[in-house]
Design a protein around this ligand. Structure first.
Ligand code: ARG
Length: 457
């Protein structure tokens, strides 16, 4: 028997039944649902709606339901419309008619909103750990490989020499911001909707503060209409996941390029590569390509759900059931991508010789300009002079480092014989010793900063 059949005489069309049924996917919230029901039973007893004995019966029965879920012993019935009706149906089989008192003053509307938040909170905690592990992996590598230099790029054109560690940490800092945002948004959605009823509030004097505490929420959703219709937290989480996936996608793209034969800066471990069925020599970075590809899918989940929400009238509408599949899919894919990225990064081989070989002296043109600035020439002029030095070398078919002191003097009288000290990538990198720069001390400062931040969360 369905939970809402009283005013119906006709049967539901079988296709409609399938269409409406969410049990096939929302059973993922089984434990959250039973836990929230246990708290609700306690609250019912506190307000005198049920006796303490009845409450104990319900709480124990729900414990058995949970065990059935965790041991995969829960037997679903064709009539289980969603996880809420399924758990209550099973509770009834276990404890008898007292199960019918559990839903007093409650609606599936405040129930589902509560379950979703509980479920997402648990998932967010795991994702937090995965992000933390990824940042730790990048930080450890950055520290260990601090002496490796490589070209830094803008427009994918060689720009200035940087430390490989600096590059790694550029991504680690993006993940740090992602993790910080995740913590903040989790605090925002960790509020209790239960006690809002279908929409107008609970008429049995239920203690919502008690329920919030019992379920580990930091407060209440302060308006019952908002509580049952709000899926902001789902949208916000998926928006957050989209940005996090964009970050994962961008580092994937970097490493895909760096692993190509033309660059050869890095080599993916066999564990995260696949071969070609036709070309025996191929080793493809499928792991990273999949992360890049899945970022589109996660963004699609977010965009699609925004369309679902847009224009819904107050308060609960069945459209809201469409929140689950994209959210679950987002959580699954993001978790997978984070694990794979950590695996790729911790097993990646780097080729410092190739990175070094890709450094060219023209990448020190900015250093020539800076050299003159230090001799008192205004930067706008030095930029021009350095550009001319590059041009002279190019016209002669030599590196700029092959020009003589006399050649430089012909361009500007401020050049001294110490100009030769400039042809040193390490020196160039070490001059950028500002906080956040690419010098060794700056990069190690970033390592410390990340470690400290991680130990504080
Ligand atoms: N399965 C529903 C959902 O996910 C539960 C809430 C049903 N509420 C209702 N008034 N039909 O949204």
């Amino acid at each position: 028997m369905s939970l809402w059949g009283g005013r119906f005489t006709g049967a539901v069309d079988p296709v409609m039944y399938e269409f409406n049924q969410s049990f096939k996917f929302d059973q993922r919230m089984a434990l959250a649902d039973a836990t929230a029901s246990q708290t609700y039973a306690r609250a019912l007893a506190m307000s005198g709606v049920i006796t303490v004995d009845e409450c104990n019966t319900l709480v124990e029965g729900l414990e058995t339901v949970k065990t059935e879920w965790t041991t995969k012993a829960f037997v679903a019935k064709q009539s289980d419309e969603d996880i809420h009706t399924a758990n209550e149906r099973r509770l009834g089989e276990l404890v008898g008619s007292v199960a019918g008192k559990l839903h007093t003053g409650r609606s599936r509307n405040d129930q589902v909103a509560t379950d979703m938040r509980l479920w997402l909170r648990t998932e967010a905690e795991s994702i937090r750990d995965l992000l933390k592990a990824l940042i730790q992996c990048a930080t450890a590598r950055a520290e260990a490989e601090i002496d490796v230099l490589m070209p830094g790029y803008t427009h994918l054109q060689r720009a200035q020499p940087i430390r490989w560690s600096h590059f790694l940490l550029s991504h680690a800092w993006a993940w740090q911001a992602d993790l910080e945002r995740l913590i903040q948004l989790t605090d925002r959605f960790n509020k209790l909707p239960l006690g809002s009823g279908a929409l107008a509030g609970n008429p049995f004097g239920i203690d919502r503060e008690f329920m919030a505490q019992d379920l580990g929420f930091s407060g209440l959703v302060p308006n019952s209409l908002y509580a049952v219709s709000d899926r902001d937290f789902v949208a916000e989480f998926m928006g957050w996941a989209s940005l996090t996936m964009v970050h994962l996608s961008r580092v994937s793209e970097d490493l895909i390029i760096y692993s190509s034969g033309e660059f050869g800066f890095v080599q993916l471990a066999d564990a995260y590569s696949t071969g070609s069925s036709l070309m025996p020599q191929k080793k493809n970075p499928d792991s990273l390509e999949l992360i890049r590809g899945k970022s589109g899918r996660v963004f699609g989940n977010h965009a699609g759900f925004m369309m679902t929400l847009k224009g819904l009238p107050s308060t609960y509408n069945k459209d809201l059931q469409e929140d689950k599949e994209p959210l679950f899919d987002t959580v699954d894919n993001l978790s997978g991508c984070l694990q794979i990225m950590t695996g790729v990064l911790s097993t990646l081989k780097i080729n410092p010789a190739k990175m070094k070989a890709a450094l060219s002296v023209d990448m020190l043109a900015t250093d020539i300009a800076e050299y003159l600035v230090r001799k008192g020439v205004p930067f706008r002029e030095t930029h021009h002079i350095a550009g001319r030095a590059i041009k002279v070398a190019e016209d002669r078919g030599v590196q700029v480092s092959a020009l003589t002191h006399a050649d430089f003097l012909a361009l500007n009288p401020a050049f001294e014989s110490d100009i030769v000290a400039l042809w040193d990538f390490e020196r160039s990198v070490e001059t950028r010793n500002v906080a956040g720069g690419t010098s060794k001390s700056s990069v190690l400062g970033q390592v410390r900063g990340l470690k400290e931040w991680l130990s504080g969360i």
